[in-house]
Design a protein around this ligand. Sequence first.
Ligand SMILES: NC(=O)c1ccc[n+]([C@@H]2O[C@H](COP(=O)([O-])OP(=O)(O)OC[C@H]3O[C@@H](n4cnc5c(N)ncnc54)[C@H](O)[C@@H]3O)[C@@H](O)[C@H]2O)c1
Length: 706
Amino acid sequence: MEKSFTLSRLDSGIAVLTMDVPGETMNTLRAEFGPEICEMLAEIKSDASIRGVVIISGKKDSFVAGADISMLDACSTAGDARELSKQGHEVFFALESLTIPVVAAINGACLGGGLELALACHQRVCSDSNKTMLGLPEVQLGLLPGGGGTQRLPRLVGIAKALDMMLTGKQLRPKQALKLGLVDDVVPESILLQTAVEMALAGARPAKKRKVSLVEKLLEGTPVGRNIIFDQALKQVNKKTQGNYPAPEKIIDCVRQGMTKDMVKGLEVEAQHFGDLVVSSESEALRSIFFATTDMKKESGAGDVSPKAVNKVMVLGGGLMGGGIASVTTTKAKIPVRVKDISETGLSNALAYAYKLLAKGVKRRHMTPAVRDNLMALMTTTTEYKGIKDADMVVEAVFEDLNLKHQMVKDVERECGEHTIFASNTSSLPIKQIAEAAERPENVIGLHYFSPVEKMPLVEVIAHEKTSPQTIATTVAFARKQGKTPIVVKDGAGFYVNRILALYMNEAANLLLEGQSVDHLDKALVKFGFPVGPMTLLDEVGIDVGAKISPILEKELGERFKAPAAFDKLLADDRKGRKNGKGFYQYGNKAKKKLVDESVYGVLGLTPATDKEPRAVAERCVMQMLNEAVRCLEEGIISSPRDGDIGAIFGIGFPPFLGGPFRYMDSLGAKHLVETLKRYQSEFGDRFTPCDRLVEMAESGAKFYD
Ligand SMILES: NC(=O)c1ccc[n+]([C@@H]2O[C@H](COP(=O)([O-])OP(=O)(O)OC[C@H]3O[C@@H](n4cnc5c(N)ncnc54)[C@H](O)[C@@H]3O)[C@@H](O)[C@H]2O)c1
């Protein structure tokens, strides 16, 4: 087998160990590296003329981008994974124990196991390239750094900063890494190797002392202070994870044990916890999401059809959604956009939207003012159809009105080229109906974004019966360029995401009307793992918007979508949610805590209670969502359980640690689901009727995933 490491000797007496995994664009850490590195270390040790070692990558974009995750899937027990961690400890310890200086020369991604390798070196220098990023992102996959990272990082940068890096998984740019003391120097890529060689030749120069504040000294320098840090971290973690993710707690435990006892104990605990986490259902779910999104990136959405280039875009409507869509098109996809609106306000809104995002980038030093200005220059505005003849893609985000959308289709067919794609961001109108006004319906497609556009990763790409495969493939590729994860769904009221969300929200509303308090409901669903509760979400989306969508869904999909009638009372009270400062919660008050607007109970004629178990509250709402997700699969709205999982996680925030609705249903079993739904059906009626597919699965014992 071709090797990943080569050792070359420079005249100066420095040995250069180059990592270059054959046949891959990125270096990833693999189990077979262990023996290879040990072989190289033996060679280095046996050669007395070698004065120092530089470890560098042969790849353009990565030092080491992390560990190869499929290596973890090969572990069938916690013991296997523990062994893997221990092997890593041994190799990195052997490297660290070399008596000659070892310097890591880092260019490109240095993440996870890659950073742990660099931490085992005596010094680190990195390039100032914007490809260079350093971090320990394992927590995002429900894991912890199992190659000694939980021990070496706090010893290098301090406990609080190390915890921050490991608990968030954040990636640092070169200058941030230097400031933190994670690297000893930052230099241009062209002199990276030379600098590393000079560092190795200079010998065991004591690491540059990083600046330590008095508070840090007091806290980290005493057992009492350290305990305060660990207890605080634990408290924050529990608040954030609601106890649903075990990895952060285990990271804190590794650091606590290692820093209060010793490194040997710390490594032992690290291997122990690493093993448990690798086989935990939470990490398996998070890894499945990672693999699903990686696979999806390779799919065109339309079989073998290749996308056409999109070099110019027009956005119709510069409101909330249009402003966001235009912004991600220029800032992420770097494609020129012309925004058309009938009002100057819409146009200035779109420009302000983009500028605000870019200004944030400058403030955080992610870009220079010159880059900001160049990106701003990609956006132009108009109130007339001018300068759009050659647009390859038009995204419409005008008011939700079928006649207006028809007008837009006609305008675009008249003003743009024959190839121009017309993508509608409608949230409720069937794309087929919009395409009825088109002479070229094959160019018409749905492209459904979520608000706020720059933050929400999902888009639904909706093909109606006549949408051409070419239009689908081009739209999918365009959305990906905007940094989105697209799922291709079939045309139908509410598409996928809003359809499953609507039933979940209705059930929460039913519980409210049965007397459960607003914050009790929200807390129950947050505890279940959603980022926000349903009442908060309804305030954000707009109670009026919900009221507009419900009848459309009810008409197209049936009685189960009927919103509770008492909600009309909220609208009669002009309660729209955050947008008009009047909803379930108080807005504009100075209190730091989010407070329920208690007057809402009076409007609904309720006395709030909290007597239902949070678990039971969550189950009732989630059951509705699960049952409807299966119906969407049954009807071909989504083409696979995988798309259903990704859509729900990225579009609604369905708890990632459960792997999405379909993986969650597999863990519960169809039999259990049908029994639960039937129990609710007998109590609350037919809206809980289990769908045919679930009933069949309950009988056959089938699962959604193999
Ligand atoms: N708001 C959301 O959360 C959300 C989410 C997904 C999809 N959508 C959909 O996106 C679309 C836009 O929603 P929004 O919230 O951005 O609305 P908005 O009211 O904020 O913006 C609509 C804009 O369209 C402009 N407009 C109206 N007629 C026009 C015309 N003839 N030509 C050009 N511009 C015109 C208006 O001046 C306004 O600036 C709707 O179809 C909505 O259903 C909204």
